[in-house]
Design a protein around this ligand. Structure first.
Ligand SMILES: Nc1ncnc2c1ncn2[C@@H]1O[C@H](COP(=O)(O)OP(=O)(O)OP(=O)(O)O)[C@@H](O)[C@H]1O
Ligand SMILES: CC(C)(CO)[C@@H](O)C(=O)NCCC(=O)O
Ligand SMILES: [K+]
Length: 259
């Protein structure tokens, strides 16, 4: 079975793919100090507690945090006796190369989202991912990542307000029904929620203008469903998009190997 690991700046998600479907998905806070042994104890306990008997023989990693790759590699080598594919490394092939400025390293999560989005929807696509940062990935007609947008993430924006202003509390995002807040928390939520709706709609409008053609928009990431409630923009919200991309990239590399 395949262990797919998606390490973001905030959370790391582990999923097990049995060749047909994901039989388990587990989430842990990203921490570069976590060792291979710690990952293994955590994964093994979850497998035991949920009675999942998975023989992991292969692994693929996407990591936006370069420092964690070392320990994740050790996890795969030592405990699952396999060499993981690492998205973004030269030995991990992509179906279509990104077209960006020379010397630019595109975030592996964005490359993976591009592959997954293209597989499900074809090209002329915008993938919006509400993670630590909110990213927009523009996918060309042939499936190439051709650039996009990186905006501060929703929780990051709320955290910035709290950190910078003594009277502003730490709060969670929610969808306020009105833009006019009648208390501090409602005002902050309105600023970030409706501010984000405007940001997403404005950026998509601008990208479509620049591309001068119809472009489908899909969304992923933990906060995507919340923002879907405030806009007509998203054709679909797909919470498994990154994992789907990891499975596709793994399969693509296997096929290359056997050719
Ligand atoms: N209603 C909500 N309010 C606040 N946070 C939410 C809500 N729904 C989901 N989330 C958050 O969404 C996050 C899951 O999103 P996702 O995994 O896409 O991004 P992330 O883990 O924050 O970022 P990264 O992938 O960059 O590490 C979780 O951290 C969860 O706390
Ligand atoms: C933008 C983030 C942090 C989103 O997870 C990640 O994709 C990243 O670190 N990217 C590197 C820069 C780039 O994608 O152009
Ligand atoms: K993510």
């Amino acid at each position: 079975m395949l262990l797919a690991i998606d390490c973001g700046n905030t959370n790391t998600v582990f999923s097990i793919w049995d060749g047909d479907r994901f039989i388990a998905t587990w989430r842990i806070a990203s921490d570069h100090k976590r060792t291979a042994d710690e990952y293994f104890v955590w994964l093994s306990s979850l497998m035991m507690l949920t009675r999942i008997d998975a023989q992991i023989t292969e692994a693929i990693i996407s990591s936006t945090v370069p420092r964690v790759v070392f320990n994740l590699r050790v996890l795969c080598n030592r405990y699952y006796d396999c060499r993981p594919l690492v998205v973004g490394k030269p030995e991990c092939a992509l179906p279509v190369a990104p077209r960006v400025d020379q010397g630019t390293t595109v975030g592996p999560d964005r490359l993976v989202n591009t592959v997954a989005g293209f597989d499900r929807h074809g090209g002329d696509l915008i993938v919006v991912d509400f993670g630590t940062a909110t990213t927009f990935d523009v996918v060309d007609i042939d499936g190439a990542y051709i650039g996009g947008v990186i905006a501060p993430g929703v929780n990051l924006s709320l955290e910035a307000l709290h950190m910078a202003a003594a009277a502003l509390p730490h709060i969670d995002i929610a969808r306020p029904l009105t833009a006019i807040g009648t208390n501090t928390v409602a005002c902050m939520q309105a600023g970030v929620y409706w501010g984000y709706i405007g940001l997403v709609e404005g950026i998509v409008r601008q990208i479509r203008l620049e591309r001068d053609r119809p472009m489908k928009v899909i969304a992923t990431g933990g906060l995507a469903p919340l923002f879907q409630q405030g806009t007509e923009l998203f054709h679909s919200v797909e919470d498994d998009l990154t994992m789907h991309g990891l499975v596709l990239i793994h399969r693509y590399n296997k096929e290359l190997e056997t050719q």
